[in-house]
Design a protein around this ligand. Structure first.
Ligand code: AMP
Length: 191
């Protein structure tokens, strides 16, 4: 089973690459950002609460996102694998993810980090903000805060996965197809 954490800062291309990967390898895409936006669109209590954090570029509390991921894994435990996109983002989430998978005798196969510099990320996010209408992609202040949160809370997870021998970094500055080819080379050799 291929269980992949697709890692990287906001705008690195995790969502775009996930879409291509789930099609090729028939994996289940678990994007906590997408789930939260769907909750918000549906006007649920969870969605409204989460929006207060999303608008500011802050992280939604761990227990909320861990609960969402737990449900998704439970519903799809017999699939051929998962792509985790935008999760885990904190140490507590990474520890919880290992435990959630262990319940089904599963584990993360690889954590693949897309590396892109901040100038390029800002350009991509502002462009996406124009086409998607995502408010958190339109404000430079929110974007800056998302980078700050990423650098402080999420980037250190590289060490978490390095210690498990699962970290792998690739250059995310190339074209979508070139990055996809590089990802496939890594994913092909996972059993
Ligand atoms: P994303 O679509 O992954 O860029 O996420 C958009 C926003 O949703 C983030 O800036 C956070 O406010 C929230 N969010 C998404 N995933 C998580 C997570 N794993 N932990 C906490 N907050 C999250």
């Amino acid at each position: 089973m291929k269980n992949i954490v697709l890692f990287g800062p906001p705008g690195a291309g995790k969502g775009t690459q996930s879409e291509k990967l789930i099609e090729k390898y028939k994996l289940i895409h678990i994007s906590t950002g997408d789930i939260l936006r769907a909750e918000r669109a549906a006007g649920t209590v969870l969605g409204k609460k989460a929006n207060e954090f999303i608008e500011k570029g802050e992280l939604v509390p761990d227990e909320v996102v861990i609960g969402m991921v737990s449900n998704k894994i439970d519903e799809n435990k017999n699939s051929s694998g998962f792509i985790f996109d935008g999760f885990p983002r904190t140490n507590a989430q990474a520890v919880a993810l290992d435990k959630l998978l262990q319940k089904f005798s599963l584990s993360i196969s690889k954590m693949i980090a897309l590396e892109v510099d901040e100038d390029e990320l800002t350009k991509r996010l502002l462009l996406r903000g124009k086409s998607s209408g995502r408010a958190d992609d339109q404000s430079e202040e929110t974007i800056r805060n998302r980078f700050r949160v990423y650098n402080n809370e999420t980037f250190p997870l590289i060490d978490f996965y390095k210690k498990q021998g699962k970290y792998c970094g690739i250059n995310g500055m190339y074209t979508i197809d070139e990055v996809f080819d590089d990802l496939c080379k890594i994913i092909e050799v996972i059993n």
